[in-house]
Structures are given as C-alpha cells and as structure tokens.
Design a protein around this ligand. Sequence first.
Ligand SMILES: Nc1ncnc2c1ncn2[C@@H]1O[C@H](COP(=O)(O)OP(=O)(O)O)[C@@H](O)[C@H]1O
Ligand SMILES: [Mg+2]
Length: 250
Amino acid sequence: MLEIKNLQVKLEEEDKQILKGVDLTVEAGKVHAIMGPNGSGKSTLSYVLSGKDGYTVTDGSATLDGVDLLEMEPEDRAAAGLFLAFQYPVEIPGVGNMTFLRTAVNAQRKARGQEEMSSTEFLKVVREKAASLKIDAEMLKRPVNVGFSGGEKKRNEILQMAMLEPKMCILDETDSGLDVDAMRLVADGVNALRDEGRGFLVITHYQRLLDHIKPDVVHIMSNGRIVKTGGPELALEVEQNGYADLVEEA
Ligand SMILES: Nc1ncnc2c1ncn2[C@@H]1O[C@H](COP(=O)(O)OP(=O)(O)O)[C@@H](O)[C@H]1O
Ligand SMILES: [Mg+2]
C-alpha cells in the first residue's frame, strides 16, 4: 500500500540532510509503528509524505497503491486516501469545526467522483463519531482547535480521521500529552478503523500507546534512517532499555 524507497530529504532553506535513505513498506490491513529518539526525523517523514513545504526530496520515492505521492499537491494526496494526524494540531480561527469537517469530507468525495454527503447524513455521522471520542456538541461548533486542550486537539484529529476514512493513516505522536483515559479514547478510535483495506503508520516516542494499539511491525528510526525492524517485542525492548543500545548497535 504505502511504499517508501531510499527516501532522502533535506531542508529547502539550509543544506541539512534530515532523512538519509528511509525504506518502509506498509501493507494494507497492517499497523506499523515507528519509534525513535527526538530529532530522528519521524515528523519530517510524515510531513514529506503529506506534502508540507520546506523540504527537498533529493533521492528515493514514495507511492500509495503505486501512485507517486511526492509529485502530488497535498489535497490530491488526501483525496488519494492519505491522512496525517499532526503532532501539533493547528488552530484555525474563524473556521467552525463542523464546517471544516464537512468541507473536507465533501471535497474528497468530489475529487473521487462521489456524491456529496447530505447535511442530515453528515450530522448524524459526525455526532455519532464525536460521541464515541467524547467530543461534545459545543466543541463541534467552536473554531477548529481554538481554545481546545491538548487532549481535545488530539481527539479532534482522530475525529477528522474517522470522518474521512482514509486508506493510509499516519499518526504523529498522537499519544503525547494525553492522560490515560484520553489515550484509550484515541486508541479505541484507531482500533475501530482497523480494516483489511487500511494501513496505519503510528509514530510514537513511548511504548504505552502500543499497549492499546497492537502493532504488527515496529521500526526504530534514528538519525534519518530506520535502523531496526521487528515485532511488538521491539517496543518492549525500548521501554526497558531505552534507545541508546539499539542506536549504537546500528
Ligand atoms: N524546518 C526545520 N528547520 C531546522 N531544522 C529542522 C526543521 N525540520 C526538522 N529539522 C531538524 O530535523 C531533525 C528531525 O526532526 P523531526 O522530524 O521533527 O524529528 P522527530 O519527529 O523524530 O523528533 C531535527 O534535528 C530537527 O531539528
Ligand atoms: Mg516529531
């Protein structure tokens, strides 16, 4: 599904190499986790895949179901089924959360040649999904993320994901800053979307989220590369021994 080969990326503004040859394949139906020390390039990878400005791809490729992602505009990547839950969700003053969600859902439907969702249907679906994430009606009316707590912002990212039903979901440290209850809501939201047609890339610094979202494969990223790949036991090894040994070994 998502296939990344020898991806090398530097900053546009300065001659600094951030990704130094990332190889990664996420198959449909699988949950892959990426763990790694701060500054290893995890967020950069998610940004480059989703099309954020400021990075230059110097080598390698990234495709979603065989389609080259790197040449596409961000909105076309989204329409193709790629979704990123941000490590630091953005506040959008003046744009109601509900309006934002509805516009996003219908823009994607339109891009895929599908019919728009009616207001009645949209309301029904959004209320149902919001309730399961304990997002109340008030939060749906407020401007996107404005004045939301850290945990509310993260849950709102998962609501976006639940509404868009993307093919390939990337979550960048969606667990950071969450208390145990909020983390469980987020994990439940992710688990509810697990499906044989959908892939997940769950980026996390700590192992604890992976107690709730059981990954099929765990990768360790360090200094712009994936230095080790294994099963869920790799995450437990990190929990016990930290990253130092793994990084040194690499
Ligand atoms: N826009 C930027 N300007 C300067 N340095 C950056 C920029 N984006 C990323 N970096 C650097 O790239 C490295 C990787 O960052 P990041 O992808 O955020 O790592 P992670 O998410 O694994 O903590 C870090 O050393 C970071 O300082
Ligand atoms: Mg990061």
